[in-house]
Structures are given as structure tokens and as C-alpha cells.
Design a binder for this molecule. Structure first.
Ligand SMILES: Nc1nc2c(ncn2[C@@H]2O[C@H](COP(=O)(O)OP(=O)(O)OP(=O)(O)O)[C@@H](O)[C@H]2O)c(=O)[nH]1
Length: 713
């Protein structure tokens, strides 16, 4: 099928015999021609202030020392007409080497010094810790070929499925992509998804095999896969090593020769696409833009086509790799503008800016669909007194990441907190890690759930993201759940296990093809709730880690969904309420009560843990009472004395059962995301159920009194 669709793909023959005599590592970007295009150094006062610490673009002093001396020079943007501009992106599956390749390209063009920190563009602490890209980054490079200077705008994109929205947005500011494939791993699920993203946008695609230095690399097999899947001519595939730098000058030449220049006209009326933004503590919102037509200058007054608000352009610049003010951006160029916007909510991604006086004559660009939350979870401060700190931290995080949806909520078990919507489980994990690292906040995360569309008997429709808000079943006409189209690529020997997994997860098979003689591609429509409950982990374990997964949202379908609640000694634990498919409710109920039993510590009285669906107990576990050996001090064989002591103990326990309450450790509330559990979300300290420490004090006191009155416990 892919073959049929893709016969017209604009995949270019990337390779010609290397014509660049400069060896890898030469500072091409600082050649005389390039230098002449850079104006004199700007004064230190005009130097961009360092961006907010912890923000997407924060820089540490060591980073600045590593940055190119050219970062302190001012570009003469008019020296780069549109035909000398190339806007391109690197797209690939997770870990296929995008950020490493970006590093090498930055070094090759003398944008940063060689031997600096790895993955230069991955600036968030969480990106460095996990070795993944979360936020797309834009950087402007200057490169000279055949004595002609080019301005290259490179966007490094994330590879994980959660951030594919970020990729699609970034691609709208590009005319071409480097489709990077790990030569040892071959095509993976995100390779396919990203290829189609670029293909649908009609971008030039430069196929590149990376990691050819790895002994297990098999470039020929990968070329076959590219041909089978995407109809790419094997001779057009470039082979590089981002690690050693092999063939990278040729890659830059291929970009310049095969990515078309931006199509806009410098004489047309100003039209600017806003494709991303982030917040800087000192300068407010920084908008990342591509000038589609005309020339944008500092001091211009522009208007947003989406909101009708007017803004003065206070600063214009490019990232090289740190922000460098340029005073203007010309047709086709990608850079940033500062307009004095106060919040990132004001900057509508996909918006068009034009000159205020030309508003009527300039059309709005098509824009993007808004980011949608796929997974919801409750975030509660570990220490209830930190609620305000959590609110402030979430406000700050959402300034830089508008894809997090936040609404305040409260539960009896965990107190005040927030119900947050995320792009996926990894996104959720990243946000909780950032709360800890950047704001020193420890949070409890409840089990993730997906939104459901509830059609009421009275004809109204609402989307529910909190399971405890599900109306009683007699008020509900139908419930719809979201589904995704999942693409799985796996070595052939694991196909059987994965087919079983997909059908156990209520999947509907759409496609089953082979991408070469050893690997298969499976396409399934799977309900999203099945994906967020450990699907990825199971997929990896069933395929010994070899299968890869990508998914995109699909339609909403009717589902028999029920509310599963957990009761401890008859008291519902609202934070543990979940929505599950009826066919899975028994299994889920049994799992939940047995997990609870393992987590709860035994008390001096019996604890009943029940799973309830439609007011019916479907699973139960009983945690027996801890038994104090009241006979320990009773020497000799006086049976009646022993019996008396045991009777007293029994009586005491009965009374305790009535008044006693149960400590539920925080671990019980922590969600078990499918990909990786929020390990850093502090399971160490047990928190008290419902009421906090004051209540606990009172309870301890009453237990103590009881014990005194009962004589024996
Ligand atoms: N041997 C070898 N290793 C490489 C090469 N390119 C990248 N790597 C390694 O592969 C791993 C992943 O590289 P990254 O650059 O982080 O991959 P990525 O595609 O940016 O990852 P995400 O942003 O998470 O999607 C790192 O350990 C790199 O050092 C290469 O050409 N050869």
C-alpha cells in the first residue's frame, strides 16, 4: 500500500561524489565569506540576557563558554535572500541519533566548538537525564558551499510518540527533512509516522542511514526496507555516522542542493507564521516564527489574525545557538520575535502576524489543530501545605508547555490537587520529573485515565476526565471512548505474541504486512484506555524489547464502560476510582484489591478491601488483624485465665474496628504508567488516608483510650 501512495514522494538523490574538500571539523562557518556577512560585534549591553533558568532555553555558564564566538556577532539577514535559505528538520524514531547529528552539524558549521557537551540542543534537565528530546529546538547555521553562503535553519524534533504534535508543528516551518534511520535497527514505528507527516506536507525528504560505525549496522537491509516501505531509491540513501562525523559535509551539501528554498516573496505584504513559543522570565513570551512573505523589522507594528491584538516588535533575532538579535528577518527566514506578550496563552500557535495597516489584504495561514490531552491524572502535593507551590509551579510549566491542561480538584483521600491532561504517559512522567527537579516539589500522581464522552439520557453530552465524576448509570445513554491507530514494527518471531496482545487489548486488526523478510508491520485500532494501562511495557516484554510502537488518534467509539471503585472497610477511596471496560472489570477489580492488600500494612483490626461495580462487590481481599500475643506473660497452664485474656482481646478489637481508621500509604495512589513509572515520585514516605496528621493524632488518642479501657489489645 505504502508503495502505491509513495511513488510520487519527493525523495531526492542525496548523494553525489563529495565535492567539499573541507574535511570534517573544519570551521566552514567562520570562513571569510561568512565573516563578511556578519556585522561587527554588538556591545555587551545589547547581548541577549540569559534565558530563564529552567526554561526550555536556559543556558548554564558552561554552555555559554562552549558557544561559538559568532554568537556575539550580529547577522546581516539581508545578505541571505530566500534562495540562500534552507529550513529543514531532522526526523527519526527515538534514539536514532537526531540530537547527536544536530550537534555534529553545529560543530561542522562552527556554531559551537567541538568537544562541548553532548546533545547541545537538549537543554532541559529532564532531556539530559533521560537522553531524549522533549522540546523541538531551532538553530540557525551559516554554511558555505562553492563560495556561496547559506543560512540553514535546523529544527531538532523529539522522537517519542507523545510529542508528534511538536514534530508536525515544527515541520510546517520547513521545506525539507532529513529522515534519519539507525542502520543497526532499521525502520521503526516512528520512522513510518514521521515519514508520512513529512510526505503529507509535501516536504523534500533526504533519506539518511546513521550509526554506520556500529558493528551491527546493516545498511543494505535498511535500504531495502526504505525501498519496500516508502519507494525510496536505495542509491539515494546517504550513509553517515553522527558519532564520527563520517559523510556529514556531504549531508549538508545534500540539504542545500535538495531542500527547496522557501517560496515566499520579499516584495509581498508581510505574513509571519507563529509556529512555537516559550516563556522567558525577563522578556516575556518569545515567539518562534517563519517569515513567509515580506520583511519583518524591529519596531514594526503587527497584528495577530487570530486575536486581532496589536503588538510592537521589540526584538527580532535568530538562535545561533543562543539568541542573537538581528534587527530583521527576511523572507523564508526562521527566528524569534519579542512583542511584550505576557503569557504564552496569548501566543496562539499557528497564528499569522501581518502589518497592522495591511490586515485586510493579508490572509491567515491555515494554522494547526490544537494539542489534545490523551491522558489525565490527578497531581497532589505530597505535603498538603505545598498546594500553593504546586499551583504556581504548574502555572509556570504551562507557560512553556501549553499542551498541559490543568483544573483544580479535591479528593477526600488526597486533599486539594489538580487534574492535569497530558499528551501521553511519557509527557506525564516528564512533567512530574520537572516539578521535582525545577520546583523541588514532590507530588502524588493518581492512576492515568483517558477522557470519555458521556451521552446523557436527556440528550446532553459531556467529556469526563475524572472517573469519580461519572454520572450514575441510569442517567447515561451511552459512553464513547477514544481509539488510536497503533503501528507496530516487530521482528517476525514475535508476531504471534503481539497479535495475542493486541486482541487481548480489544484491538481490531487493520494491516499485517512485511517490511522485509525478517520484520512485520502490524496496524491495529486499539482503545486508548488499553494503551495507557501498560500496553507499551507488555509489547516490549513480549518482543524482548525489539518491537516499536507509534500511534495516532482515531475515532471515538461506543464502549461498555463501568465505574470501578475501591472501598476500604466500607469507605470509598475516591482517588482510586477508575473507569474500565466491563469485560475487564473483574480482572481490574481483583488486581486493585490485591495490590491494595500488599500495600496496606496490617492493623490491630481486620480490614476489608472491596472492588465495587454498579454497587456490587466484584472482588474482595481481607487483611487479617495483627495479633498481639497476650498470653506471652502467662506462664503455667491456667486455661481459664488464658481464655479470659483472649476474650478481652477480641472485645477490644471489635470496638477498634468500629472506630479505627486505616492508614493508606501514598504508594497505593500512585499510578502505574505503562512506559515507565514515575519512579522519582517519591514512594518512600507513607501518607495518611483522608484526614491528615491532626486526624491521625486524634485517632491514635482514641485507640490509646480504648486500649486502656479494654485492658488488653
Ligand atoms: N555509535 C554511534 N552512536 C550514535 C550515533 N548517533 C547517535 N548515537 C548514539 O545514539 C544514542 C541516541 O542518540 P540521540 O542523538 O540522543 O538520539 P535522538 O534521536 O535525538 O533521541 P530522541 O531525542 O530521544 O528521539 C546516543 O547514545 C548517541 O550517542 C552514531 O552515528 N554512532
Amino acid at each position: 500500500m505504502a508503495k502505491r501512495i509513495l511513488t510520487t514522494a519527493r525523495v531526492f538523490s542525496a548523494l553525489e561524489p563529495a565535492r567539499i574538500s573541507t574535511a570534517f571539523g573544519n570551521k566552514l562557518g567562520s570562513s571569510d565569506v561568512v565573516k563578511s556577512l556578519l556585522r561587527s560585534p554588538i556591545s555587551s549591553s545589547a547581548n541577549p540576557r540569559r534565558f530563564e533558568r529552567g526554561s526550555a532555553y536556559s543556558t548554564s555558564p558552561s554552555r555559554e563558554q562552549e558557544a561559538s564566538p559568532l554568537a556575539n556577532l550580529k547577522f546581516d539577514m539581508s545578505a541571505f535572500p530566500a534562495e540562500n535559505v534552507r529550513n529543514f528538520s531532522i526526523i527519526a524514531h527515538v534514539d536514532h541519533g537526531k540530537s547527536t547529528l544536530a550537534d555534529r552539524l553545529l560543530e561542522l558549521t562552527a556554531t559551537i566548538r567541538r568537544g562541548g557537551p553532548a546533545q547541545y540542543l537538549d537543554k532541559l534537565q529532564v532531556e539530559k537525564d533521560r537522553g531524549i528530546t522533549v522540546k523541538a529546538q531551532t538553530v540557525t547555521l551559516v554554511h558555505e558551499i562553492d563560495s556561496k553562503p547559506y543560512l540553514l535553519n535546523l529544527i531538532d524534533t523529539p522522537g517519542h510518540v507523545d510529542f508528534s504534535y511538536e514534530v508536525s508543528r515544527s515541520l510546517s516551518a520547513c521545506q525539507g527533512v532529513i529522515l534519519l534511520v539507525d542502520a543497526a535497527q532499521g525502520i521503526q514505528a516512528q520512522t513510518v509516522a514521521n515519514f508520512y507527516l513529512a510526505f503529507e506536507l509535501d516536504l523534500a525528504i533526504i533519506p539518511v542511514l546513521n550509526k554506520i560505525d556500529v558493528p551491527t549496522a546493516d545498511p543494505e537491509r535498511c535500504k531495502d526496507q526504505l525501498q519496500n516501505m516508502f519507494d525510496i531509491d536505495p542509491d539515494s540513501v546517504l550513509q553517515v555516522s553522527a558519532k564520527t562525523g563520517k559523510n556529514l559535509p556531504e549531508l549538508l551539501r545534500a540539504v542545500i542542493e535538495h531542500v527547496p528554498p522557501p517560496r515566499g516573496s520579499k516584495d509581498a505584504k508581510l505574513q509571519v507564521l507563529l509556529f512555537d513559543c516559550f516563556f522567558d522570565e525577563y522578556r516575556g513570551v518569545i515567539c518562534l516564527v517563519e517569515v513567509i512573505n515580506g520583511v519583518l523589522q524591529k519596531g514594526d507594528q503587527v497584528i495577530s489574525k487570530a486575536s486581532g491584538k496589536m503588538y510592537d516588535v521589540l526584538q527580532v533575532g535568530v538562535f545561533h545557538p543562543e539568541p542573537v538579535p538581528t534587527g530583521s528577518l527576511h523572507t523564508g527566514q526562521v527566528g524569534y520575535i519579542i512583542t511584550g506578550m505576557k503569557t504564552t496563552r496569548e501566543a496562539r500557535i499557528g497564528d499569522t502576524f501581518c502589518r497592522t495597516r495591511e490586515e485586510k489584504e493579508v490572509e491567515a495561514l491555515p494554522g494547526f489543530r490544537p494539542a489534545k490531552s490523551m491522558v489525565y491524572a490527578g497531581l497532589y502535593p505530597l505535603d498538603a501545605s505545598e498546594f500553593d507551590l504546586l499551583r504556581i509551579a504548574l502555572e509556570k510549566l504551562t507557560l512553556n508547555d501549553a499542551s498541559i491542561a490543568v483544573a483544580q480538584e479535591a479528593t477526600a483521600a488526597l486533599g486539594m490537587g489538580f487534574r492535569c491532561g497530558f499528551l501521553g504517559l511519557l509527557h506525564m512522567d516528564v512533567v512530574t520529573q520537572r516539578l521535582e527537579q525545577e520546583y523541588n516539589l514532590k507530588v502524588v500522581v493518581t492512576p492515568p485515565t483517558v477522557p470519555y464522552e458521556v451521552h446523557h439520557e436527556n440528550g446532553t453530552v459531556e467529556t469526563i476526565s475524572n472517573p469519580s465524576q461519572m454520572p450514575p448509570s441510569h442517567e447515561v445513554a451511552s459512553i464513547l471512548e477514544p481509539t488510536v491507530i497503533a503501528t507496530i514494527i516487530t521482528p517476525q518471531e514475535y508476531v504471534g505474541g503481539l497479535l495475542t496482545l493486541c486482541s487481548a487489548r480489544r484491538g481490531e486488526q487493520l494491516e499485517y504486512t512485511f517490511i522485509d523478510d525478517a520484520r512485520a508491520l502490524l496496524k491495529y485500532r486499539i482503545p486508548l484506555p488499553e494503551i495507557v494501562t501498560g500496553f507499551y511495557d507488555e509489547l516490549k516484554s513480549k518482543s524482548s524489547g525489539y518491537a516499536s510502537l507509534d500511534y495516532e488518534e482515531d475515532k471515538w467509539v461506543a464502549a461498555d464502560v463501568v465505574q470501578l471503585s475501591i472501598r476500604v472497610n466500607g469507605e470509598p477511596v475516591d482517588a482510586m476510582t477508575t473507569l474500565v471496560h466491563r469485560s475487564k472489570s473483574l480482572r481490574a477489580g481483583k488486581d486493585a484489591v490485591s495490590r491494595f492488600r500488599d500495600i496496606l500494612s496490617r492493623q490491630l483490626f481486620q480490614i476489608a478491601i472491596q472492588a465495587v461495580v454498579d454497587n456490587r462487590v466484584i472482588a474482595r481481599e481481607t487483611l487479617s488483624a495483627m495479633r498481639k500475643d497476650v498470653l506471652a506473660k502467662c506462664y503455667g497452664g491456667d486455661v481459664s485465665r488464658k481464655r479470659k485474656l483472649l476474650e478481652k482481646q477480641k472485645e477490644g478489637k471489635k470496638r477498634m474496628k468500629r472506630v479505627g481508621n486505616v492508614e493508606i500509604p501514598q504508594e497505593a495512589f500512585v499510578g502505574k504508567p505503562g512506559r515507565s513509572s514515575p519512579s522519582r515520585v517519591h514512594l518512600a514516605i507513607a501518607v495518611l488516608h483522608a484526614s491528615d496528621f491532626v486526624h491521625f493524632g486524634l485517632r491514635a488518642l482514641s485507640l490509646f483510650c480504648l486500649a486502656r479501657r479494654g485492658g488488653v489489645l
